[in-house]
Design a protein around this ligand. Structure first.
Ligand SMILES: Nc1nc2c(ncn2[C@@H]2O[C@H](COP(=O)(O)OP(=O)(O)O)[C@@H](O)[C@H]2O)c(=O)[nH]1
Ligand SMILES: [Mg+2]
Length: 259
């Protein structure tokens, strides 16, 4: 493994679609890559996983074994991923010079907020793991939505403490002007505050001013990476962030490509 990208984010933001599309993009650009499905509850996946947790954990078996409904079984299933880490690792070891993309359970709390999840990242990726937080462009297009996604991003970062990319997915559903507006919020957080005030009218000014200040001072406001997993747009930027982290720059990586 060259490096691993764990793809997380709220349900329906497009994690699985991103995993499949980013894999296709990497393959088209001559990189070796596999996708690992870590969602035991996935009924349908928009890609063919190279390693699949569903072969190791069955939601139906858990439901009957522990007399649980589908929701309870999802929680137990997520907690069982760590028990299967070695099995997954053995399979990963067959892919020495590959990038590995991990798709994570649909509901964010099943990955980000279970006690064992940082151990899963550590066990499967060692020091070569980073996270992509997938946010939905429609939600992030409003100041309140954007702030809520950034706070969630910060919350996930607090748990894993590995490099994280804030992906603004589904930009095909908003205008180019809106993408620029969101990028501007990132660069000039005071603008975000002004527009948030316009959106909400009366509000607790001190609280939100302090939230924005915390963003500014903590690197939570740092960069957004606009992507359309549907149109395969924006993946070059994601890739260069990965290459920078894993190999210390794209030049090194070009060397790898020519090997
Ligand atoms: N328009 C558009 N739809 C997308 C994009 N990415 C994902 N979707 C759709 O969003 C829905 C949820 O996607 P999915 O990958 O299952 O989300 P997950 O729950 O985060 O894994 C599906 O209907 C996807 O087709 C995108 O870039 N653009
Ligand atoms: Mg999914």
């Amino acid at each position: 493994m060259i490096g691993s990208l764990f793809v997380t984010g709220p349900a329906g933001t497009g994690k699985s679609t991103f995993c499949g599309a980013f894999k296709d993009w990497l393959v088209q650009n001559d990189y070796d890559v596999i996708v690992v499905n870590l969602d035991p509850g996935a009924e349908y996946l928009p890609y063919q996983p190279d390693i699949d947790i569903r072969e190791m954990i069955s939601l139906n078996d858990i439901m009957s074994q522990y007399s649980l409904g589908p929701n309870g079984a999802q929680i137990v299933a997520s907690d069982l991923i760590i028990d299967n880490a070695q099995k997954i690792k053995d399979k990963l070891d067959l892919y020495e010079d590959y990038y590995v993309i991990f798709d994570t359970p649909g509901q964010i709390e099943l990955f980000a907020f279970r006690p064992g999840s940082p151990l899963i990242v550590e066990a499967l990726a060692g020091k070569m793991g980073m996270l992509a937080f997938i946010s939905d462009a429609i939600l992030s297009n409003m100041p309140s939505g954007f702030i809520s996604q950034k706070m969630l991003f910060g919350s996930v970062f607090s748990r894993f403490y590995v490099p994280m990319i804030f992906v603004l997915n589904k930009i095909d559903l908003i205008g180019a002007d809106d993408v620029e507006k969101i990028k501007n919020w990132e660069e000039y957080p005071d603008l975000l505050y002004d527009e948030f005030e316009n959106e909400k009218g009366e509000m607790s000014k001190d609280y939100f001013l302090n939230v924005i200040n915390a963003f500014k001072q903590s690197d939570i406001i740092n960069k957004v990476s606009p992507v359309s997993s549907k149109d395969m747009f924006g993946f070059d930027d994601i890739y260069s962030d990965m290459a920078n982290y894993f190999q210390g720059g794209e030049d090194t990586d070009t060397g790898y490509k020519e090997e």
